[in-house]
Design a protein around this ligand. Structure first.
Ligand SMILES: *[C@@H]1O[C@H](CO)[C@@H](O)[C@H](O)[C@H]1NC(C)=O
Ligand SMILES: *[C@@H]1O[C@H](CO)[C@@H](O)[C@H](O)[C@H]1NC(C)=O
Ligand SMILES: *[C@@H]1O[C@H](CO)[C@@H](O)[C@H](O)[C@H]1NC(C)=O
Length: 237
């Protein structure tokens, strides 16, 4: 893309609220304080170190208290497929899941063998490591702010996704079209502005002001069985 068209293009990516199938933003999101500087800055990094050409983020790892429940949530409900399970003991399994991105004849279907074969040429995989040995359950970021914030998905239609997930019995933490108003509880904890972030009062205020800018209202937020925040955004159409 030509550099002169890049900035408008990037800004258009942010204009999630203009997407036809989404509700309009609420006026509560409009920042009328023109003296507040725009907090959004496009990155200005130059080319990456040549030695890193071809590097890619392939997977992120989660520890789970209950692999069965996670496979139901990410697999049966959210549609990821299992590449493989490595069961080392009854309580300790390493599992790879991801969306089938190739697929045959338009179905998007790939076998576990096909996905496992192309694993290191795929992106956006989840490695789920089961750790279900004791009552020493791992605490999720929706319960207590920690270094993990959330899993982020994109879907063709976030409003339809909400209806589908509600129908599947998934707990919706924040529906499409709902702004941030509170700084206690699951979502603020996972975003680092919850009850454990007392020193971040100014950040909390700024987040409320900035939520229109980042399209926040139209994000759909869920909690997976372990209590990790799952954020679902609208794909560009
Ligand atoms: C507007 O933003 C500035 C800079 O953050 C702040 O000092 C000022 O108090 C704000 N004014 C109002 C009315 O919120
Ligand atoms: C794991 O989750 C499943 C539901 O997916 C449930 O039936 C099972 O009791 C859970 N196991 C433990 C140890 O909590
Ligand atoms: C398309 O691929 C799926 C998955 O392999 C297969 O079940 C189906 O029969 C195929 N359909 C056609 C028309 O080839």
């Amino acid at each position: 893309m030509h550099p002169q068209t890049l900035l408008p293009f990037l800004l258009s990516l942010l204009a999630i609220h203009t997407t036809a199938c989404n509700p309009t933003r609420r006026s509560t999101n409009t920042n009328t304080n023109t003296t507040t500087p725009n907090p959004f800055k496009i990155g200005t990094d130059g080319p990456a170190p040549p030695k890193t050409l071809g590097y890619a983020l392939n997977h992120m790892g989660l520890i789970t208290n209950n692999l069965t429940a996670m496979k139901t949530f990410y697999g049966s409900i959210l549609g990821m497929r299992t590449l493989f399970d490595v069961t080392l003991t009854p309580e300790y399994t390493v599992t790879y899941m991801g969306y089938a991105q190739g697929g045959r004849n338009g179905t998007g279907f790939q076998t576990g063998t096909e996905m496992t074969t192309s694993k290191n040429n795929m992106y956006g995989l989840l490695e789920i490591v089961e750790f279900s040995v004791s009552d020493d359950r791992v605490v999720a970021s929706t319960q207590r702010t920690n270094t993990f914030s959330h899993v982020g998905l994109v879907v063709p239609d976030v409003v339809e996704a909400q209806a589908y997930l509600e129908g599947a019995g998934v707990e919706i933490l924040k529906g499409v079209g709902v702004p941030i108003t509170e700084f206690e509880g699951a979502v603020p904890n996972a975003l680092g502005v919850g009850g454990f972030a007392g020193a971040h009062l100014e950040a909390k205020r700024r987040l409320v002001e900035a939520q229109g800018l980042i399209g926040w209202e139209n994000f759909l937020l869920l909690r997976d069985p372990d209590g990790n925040l799952v954020e679902i955004q609208q794909q560009d159409i």
